[in-house]
Design a protein around this ligand. Structure first.
Ligand code: 5GP
Ligand code: ZN
Length: 113
């Protein structure tokens, strides 16, 4: 997708501070961190939102959670962390390329706003 910022990050047209990358997934530091550790995890495949995943994406989405666990461990988040997916306008999604926030490094509150 030509005008998608996360596609540009995954193709390295736009720089980011990468923490993890393989053939199908990339993770990088959020430009506007909401916690001491705030990573954005994306599939390299452009999928608009969680609401747009299809049956054939199920392994990819599951694999992202495995990556999240590995990244959390590598970043030393041994006392816990949170994975967040904002989906659609009311879900607070601002970038239309599915992504998962990995937040940690402080006590996180519940429920979110
Ligand atoms: P959303 O609000 O869609 O759930 O999350 C989008 C996230 O992407 C936000 O936390 C925002 O700070 C982050 N973001 C937006 N543009 C960029 C960018 O160009 N680089 C990085 N590293 N993060 C970005
Ligand atoms: Zn994209």
């Amino acid at each position: 997708m030509d005008d998608c910022i996360f596609c540009k990050i995954s193709s390295k047209q736009v720089p980011s501070k990468i923490v993890y990358e393989d053939d199908s997934v990339m993770a990088f530091y959020d430009i506007e961190p909401q916690a001491p550790v705030h990573i954005v995890i994306i599939p390299k495949k452009h999928i608009k939102s969680l609401d747009h995943i299809i049956e054939q994406d199920k392994n990819l989405v599951g694999y992202i959670f495995l990556c999240a666990k590995k990244i959390a461990s590598e970043l030393g988040l041994k006392n816990g962390y949170r994975i967040v997916n904002n989906c659609g306008k009311l879900g607070g999604q601002t970038v239309d390329h599915i992504h998962f926030h990995l937040l940690g490094g402080r006590q996180l509150q519940w429920p979110p706003g």
